[in-house]
Ligand binder design. Structure first.
Ligand code: FAD
Length: 370
């Protein structure tokens, strides 16, 4: 139904082979390192595998066709995103993980040449990481017009004050740049022109990463959600993205594709759980459970296919961000159901993280709130 290019098919083959050789065999190690080292550290397995992925040409696959000569269309990226989505740590190995992908796209699309040289180049090279500070604990942040943090003009600088949370990645030692969203004072009448996005280096005085936030009891792997305070943070006006009052417009451009990418990844996490659950029921000689599982699997696979088609159709027709919430929300719901079921199938092995059920249950459940 949706023809992908020969280039995308070739990349999918190479990606699948890389996953089999380097990603799946190291999943257990990844979770051990994440648990042992915690959300404020770099995990050695990631640093070992990144150069291999880059040498293999499986790097920055998310780059959009429109802005980058080497990039892919959303339709071509979809199958690759799905393959990476079968493991929670794979996207970072290929430099394709959120929130860096959305941040890189934002700087690529809306940044000045100087901003690109300073912040985008090291991100594309995988040397640094980044965070996106939009959500605030005190306002309903799913509507970006509500964001209330203050950006006050003072001469050639802006002075920023606000409290953010779920600022993913900000506990990562390599996180050097934060895209901050707030309101310029005095604020314009039109709610869609109140928001501004600005680049804030993480080491600017007044930026304080307060704590890592547990997501359903787990810290850091792989999202590193965190609370961040911005207290009288001073940044030069040249750090503004696109222009004062253009933050809502950027949010629409950034978050729409982000949700679609997440939906694709979630879809294949679901499929992986389905496959492994099936295998676990079979291996444990539970014929009645295998039979019952058959009908549930058929329904879930049907939903996954429908959500996938809807996502592809929408990315193809360039629909607006708000209308994209359908397919990825459906996938997240099915993901949660499937991961929950997959968790039960292996009996006493169930709560271990090396089973896909528990691993995907947490992100797919969290995904329903985004
Ligand atoms: C693991 C994780 C990582 C995240 N990473 C980031 C990040 O890197 N950067 C960042 O800025 N944010 C991040 N977020 C935050 C996420 O984007 C927000 O939680 C999301 O946008 C919802 O905003 P909120 O939490 O303020 O909820 P609210 O906006 O208060 O929404 C709560 C509920 O009310 C519903 N609702 C809201 N308004 C209405 C309405 N008018 N009518 C009907 N229903 C409504 C929503 O659909 C939702 O179900 C992350 C969240 C999680 C869980």
């Amino acid at each position: 139904m949706f023809g992908v290019s020969e280039r995308s098919k070739g990349l999918a083959e190479r990606l699948t082979a890389f996953m089999a050789r380097h990603i799946y065999p190291n999943e257990h190690r990844y979770f051990l390192e994440a648990e042992r080292l915690g959300p404020w550290a770099i995990y050695p397995i990631i640093d070992e595998l990144k150069p291999l992925a880059r040498t293999a040409g499986l790097w920055n696959l998310f780059l959009p066709e429109k802005e980058s000569g080497e990039g892919l269309s959303n339709v071509d990226y979809a199958p690759l995103c799905e393959i990476m989505g079968r493991s929670l740590f794979a996207p970072e190995v290929f430099n394709c993980s959120a929130p860096d992908t959305g941040n890189m796209e934002t700087i690529l699309r809306y940044g000045t040449e100087a901003q690109k040289e300073r912040w985008l180049e090291p991100l594309l090279a995988g040397k640094t990481r980044s965070a996106f500070a939009m959500t605030e604990p005190d306002v309903a942040s799913s509507d970006a017009t509500n964001i209330a943090s203050a950006i006050r003009s003072e001469g050639n600088d802006y002075v920023i004050n606000g409290r953010k949370w779920y600022t993913s990645n900000s506990t990562h030692p390599s996180c050097e740049i934060i895209i901050f969203m707030g309101r310029v004072q005095p604020e314009p009448q039109d709610p869609h022109h109140r928001q501004t996005m600005i680049l804030v280096p993480r080491n600017t005085p007044g930026v304080r990463v307060v704590r890592s936030l547990p997501v359903f009891g787990f810290y850091g792997a792989p999202d590193r959600a965190a609370e961040v305070m911005f207290e009288n943070v001073r940044v030069p006006k040249r750090n503004v993205l696109l222009g004062e009052g253009r933050g809502f417009e950027i949010a629409q451009g950034r978050l729409g594709p982000g949700r679609i990418h997440l939906g694709w990844s979630a879809g294949y996490g679901v499929s992986l759980c389905a496959e492994r659950k099936w295998a676990a029921s079979r291996d444990r000689h539970a014929p009645r459970r295998v039979a019952a599982e058959g009908s549930r699997q058929r329904r879930i696979r049907k939903d996954v296919r429908a959500a996938r088609r809807a996502g592809l159709r929408r990315s193809r027709h360039g629909a607006r961000a708000r209308t994209w919430q359908g397919p990825d929300t459906l996938l997240a719901a099915r993901g949660e159901e499937m991961a929950g079921a997959a968790r039960a199938a292996p009996g006493g092995h169930a709560p271990q993280r090396d089973r896909p059920g528990p691993r995907f249950l947490r992100p797919s459940r969290a995904h329903r709130f985004w």
